[in-house]
Design a protein around this ligand. Sequence first.
Ligand SMILES: [Ca+2]
Length: 412
Amino acid sequence: MYKLFFLLIAPLLIFACGNKTAGNKTADNNPVDTASNNPPVETKAPNSSYKPAFKGQTRAPGVKTTTPYEGKVLTDKLNSPWGITQLPDGRFLITQKEGTMRIATNTGELSEPITGLPPVVNAGQGGLLGVTIDPQFESNRMVYWAFSEKTPEGNLTAIAKGKLAANEKQIENATVIYRATPAYNGTLHYGGRILFDGKGNLFISTGERSDLQTRPQAQLLNSALGKVIRITTDGKPAAGNPFLNRNDARPELYSYGHRNVQSLAIHPATGDLWEAEFGPRGGDEVNRIEPGKNYGWATITYGIEYSGKKVGDGITQHEGMEQPVYYWDPVVSPSGMTFYSGDSIPEWKNNLFIGALSGTHIVRLVIDNNRVVGEERLLANEGQRFRAVTEGKDGALYAVTDGGRLYRIGRK
Ligand SMILES: [Ca+2]
């Protein structure tokens, strides 16, 4: 009761006193900013002593969802799910790391595993990864997915497409349309998200394969490692890609300088592509992706090596390299994400929701003018590694976890 009194009366008192503390000035103008004095959700010490490039780039003020909501476990019978996308009829198509897909109803009934996909390297961070469906799925039943493929030269992130059979038991005519070369003998940092760009092309994300040997390729335009890539549904470079006219660059590249991108989403109001990527020890990032730009890894980072040493020269800013919109130190390990475009929980509109693996929660970021102005942790008591989040047509969020759960997070 006292708190409520304080919230109602304090702004009046400040106003009446002529407000010498101007920091909270916008509080009455924008409901998003009412929490700008709240402490950040992160309370642990950072690994590095790096300073953010601008206010709010890390440890934004904590916010709290006010609409009553609940996270309900619909099933716990999935086997290491990785990607999730909604079908036109409201059910969900979900990949399992082992190399199969399942269909789940929005009450949690699961189909038998869907087979017929090319073999995957189900080891380390590899396996069957992200999935999306064709914008014309209702007429063509086409599905697109990312996976770890074994080749004679090593493993790589590959993209394939195929038709979901009428009986929903197989993928028919599975065809690999793109390979993010070079291959490498390792099982880490495959990236692996995939989504349509709104113009009929596919955005896909890769990783730099983790080792010091392959890491520099994130900066190289003649390598597909550590990139966001844009291709047609036939695997060709998309029209309008930023490096189409350069001899020294691969035409499928869209942005570069990434470490390991497991999150891609398009902002429902601006149409911009956003991504999140894993940092090393500290330095997980959220970026707004513009074509042709360099996102800095491994020249700039807010993280340090797992050994505790600095990465490269230990710098966080460099001419010609983009600053992350937001970063975490310590890490949360951001995997699949989505923007919320529904009306069911009004304060979530255009917020970004990210599955956190080591963080074992769902990150909610309130974004205003391409900056993060609030952060909340959802379902932090569940103890689950959240692998991916998508939005349902019913205005709820649906999330899968490494432990095999499918959650519905919606209005109570
Ligand atoms: Ca970066």
